[in-house]
Write a protein that binds this ligand. Sequence first.
Ligand code: ATP
Length: 293
Amino acid sequence: MNNILEVEGLNKYYKNFSLSNLSFTLPEGCIAGFIGINGAGKTTTIRTILGLSKKTSGSVKIFGKDIEHNEHELKNRIGVVFDEGFFYDELTMAEMKSIISPAYSGWSERDYRAYMERFCLDPRQKISTLSKGMRMKFALTLALSHGAELLIMDEPTSGLDPLIRSQFLDIMADYMKRGGKGVLFSTHIISDLDKIADMIILIHKGEILFEKEKDYLLDNYRLIKGDKRYIDESSRNLFLKLTATDFGFTGITHKIHEVKKNMKDILVERPTIEDIMLAYIGGGEDNNAVSSH
Ligand code: ATP
């Protein structure tokens, strides 16, 4: 299987923040969810991958090519959606489309009209009068109307209601069916990833904490609840994160068999991707929480 995107040892330094040695790959046919808390570095990573922010060092290959030397070709092959949507507010959507479409050799007027209709957008409406959800739908329409093989989106579902989000997920599933495509999108709505992501990439403080298949995460991690008497120095090491109270403990583990061997009468549940993310970054602890990685 070909890799659509390969990031290798990527560094980007700002005065108070750095992306440190990021490496991950997006294989063909894969939807990757890029997750992390506010300020983790998702937007900076996306901007650096696209060459909108200059990297300090490292390599980014899109379809095996460097964006700095193949900008025109690669921008034709990538659909981009940003949370803010960079549009001229005083124009109508039709006028904005006329400015953007000539930049793409693969522009399809048919696809554009089909998405506008699907999203119930009237091309004569002024951009300044669009709601947040409508702006996002318009940004998606533009990203999807030039035959892009890679979609890179920064929080495309933020501010969208559950119905539009569900339409978005359907559109992503349709998009992937055409084959040879890849999607990387950042989000805070982790439940969306449960539905469509194949892979999850977690970034924290500018570092990649993991890049794993979603099914691997869901199959190999468990949320354990049990009696506090089981918790001692050695059993703590079985958990990524442990929260203990006077009554009992809750912990996330990927050492399920060892936990079951050592602890009886425990409750074993499947964690959500969000539980696993919080366990990795050590968030959501109470005062008695004990963390061990
Ligand atoms: P959010 O989920 O809140 O959108 P994020 O994960 O996308 O967050 P970034 O927007 O990448 O995070 O920001 C990461 C850090 O980089 C922040 O501390 C931010 O202040 C810093 N940063 C971003 N752009 C610049 C810049 N142009 N100059 C200096 N620092 C910057």
